[in-house]
Design a protein around this ligand. Structure first.
Ligand code: ADP
Ligand code: MG
Length: 87
């Protein structure tokens, strides 16, 4: 897949100078995960998907170990409405 650059990348990087947490929301399939993975690679950040059940369980059960395993700054996804929670 050829990655198409998104205008939001620049906005994300600008906001990144001011905020500790940035939440990217939007409809399914609009390209959130793809853009965040791309930014994580470019910025050499840890990428973690909370779709990964092991990672999600670790974040809930042992946050200290979670941040040792996935050292900040982190870019990640995803928060599912069915979880009704933001980790
Ligand atoms: N920037 C992009 N360049 C090229 N293809 C893209 C891009 N963003 C998304 N896509 C395509 O659209 C599909 C859905 O994107 P995805 O990042 O999974 O959406 P979301 O996380 O918002 O549900 C991907 O499988 C990919 O093929
Ligand atoms: Mg996604």
């Amino acid at each position: 897949m050829k990655y198409l650059h998104r205008h939001l990348e620049r906005k994300f990087l600008k906001m990144n100078d001011f905020f500790k947490v940035i939440m990217v929301t939007g409809a399914r399939q609009v390209g959130k995960t793809t853009m965040l993975r791309h930014l994580a690679r470019e910025e050499r950040r840890t990428y973690v998907s909370l779709d990964n059940m092991a990672a999600r369980e670790l974040a809930k059960s042992d946050p200290v170990l979670f941040f040792q395993t996935y050292p900040p700054p982190i870019i990640g996804s995803a928060v599912k409405p069915s979880d009704n929670k933001i980790l």
